[in-house]
Design a protein around this ligand. Structure first.
Ligand code: F6P
Length: 360
């Protein structure tokens, strides 16, 4: 059984296709997909579908996930409504494992980020034959060089910077582009370098507004000039906090980030920047649509290897990219430490080397 969990990501369907195509070369295996992460098994009636070669034809191109996904709840924290209208959670993992047995599921492949792989680990510890496939556009999983979907997101952001440069230059404006990156600024850092931005602000390096202001002024000759600032949604000023709102959505465990770009624009105005400032929020445009070729290849490799891990009985492992190989790492290791940007790391050095102001 294969399922996709957490936020969607370009390449999910390519992984599903890789799994199904590899399985179809074996005599005794049939693949089913579970709808909306584990919800399809937890719901009555059960929502699973048979995935054969016909169903996955051409799927490497398609964004999103044909199985649907969710980043709320799960077998260990299933939301239930109490009599007084409030919500709480119950652990339905044992019940779900019994149901998987009843359905004759021999193995599960869980495609998801850190939250999903924590669920994989919990279920593995309870005896489920499970293999993980790492997914996140944020690229914040430490045990794989890259997650699929990340490079597509970087490409989308880079294309957006290329477009903003022409309008910024025409109007002598400062443009702030807010990109995804809750805890890790990889998308911001890569796209800032690729797009030739002037400032890059990331969650790992709280920024000094005066440094940003100084860089803007450096980019202008009196009133002529322009400046491109890339800011990750999870970035914050020195001594400040992230910008976001509580969604109130049942089972959603995060603050919905967003708004740091507009906040930065207001702070820069207050700090005395007189040039026009405009802010563009890319939001979910970074997660939708067709994966670029790199992500299709990586996702296909992950799918094929994940199925082979099942055939080899390598459960409790997550497939991972350690250039040039696809290897297995234990789920425990996979979720232990997130992959954040070290302010002293090579890519930060490169960014500073081409004059990008990192705000510290
Ligand atoms: O974890 C990936 C991510 O894209 C984050 O960068 C972002 O904060 C979050 O998902 C947004 O999630 P949602 O789709 O629930 O708004």
């Amino acid at each position: 059984m294969v399922l996709t969990g957490g936020g969607d990501c370009p390449g999910l369907n390519a992984v599903i296709r890789g799994i199904v195509k590899r399985a179809s070369q074996e005599k005794d295996w049939e693949v089913v997909g579970c709808i909306e992460s584990f919800n399809g098994v937890l719901r009555e009636p059960t929502e699973i579908e048979i995935l054969d070669e016909k169903r996955v034809e051409g799927l490497q191109i398609q964004g999103g996930t044909i199985l649907g996904t969710t980043n709320k709840g799960g077998p260990f924290a299933w939301p239930i409504k109490n009599a007084d209208g409030s919500w709480s959670t119950v652990d339905r993992s044992d019940e779900m494992l019994r149901k998987l047995q009843y359905l004759g599921i021999d193995a599960v492949i869980n495609i998801g980020g850190d939250g999903s792989q924590r669920i994989s680990l919990g279920l593995f510890n309870k005896g489920l034959n499970i293999v993980g496939v790492p997914k996140t556009i944020d690229n914040d999983l430490s045990m794989t060089d890259y997650t699929f979907g990340f490079q597509t997101a970087v490409q989308i952001c880079t294309d957006a910077i290329d477009k903003l440069v022409t309008t910024a230059a025409s109007h002598n404006r400062v443009f702030i582009m807010e990109v995804m990156g809750r805890d890790a600024g990889w998308i911001a850092l890569h796209s800032a370098i690729a797009g030739g931005a002037d400032v890059c602000l990331i969650p790992e390096i709280p920024y000094d507004i005066n440094k940003v202001k100084a860089k803007i002024e450096q980019r202008y000759n009196k009133r002529r000039g322009y400046c491109i600032i890339v800011v990750a949604e999870g970035a914050m000023p020195k001594g400040g906090t992230v910008t976001g709102t509580e969604t109130g959505e049942v089972g959603y465990q995060h603050v919905k980030l967003g708004g740091v770009g507009e906040q930065l624009a207001a702070d820069l105005k207050e700090a005395g920047v007189e040039h026009d400032i405009r802010c563009t929020i890319l939001g979910h445009l970074q997660r939708g649509g067709t994966p670029i070729a790199f992500d299709r290849v990586l996702a296909t490799e992950f799918g094929v290897r994940a199925m082979e891990f099942v055939l080899e009985g390598r459960f409790g492992q997550m497939v991972a990219y350690h250039h040039p190989d696809i290897v297995g790492v234990s789920l425990e290791e996979a979720v232990r430490t997130p992959h954040f940007i070290d302010p002293n790391e090579r890519l930060v050095h490169t960014a500073k080397g081409v004059g990008i102001e990192m705000g510290n």
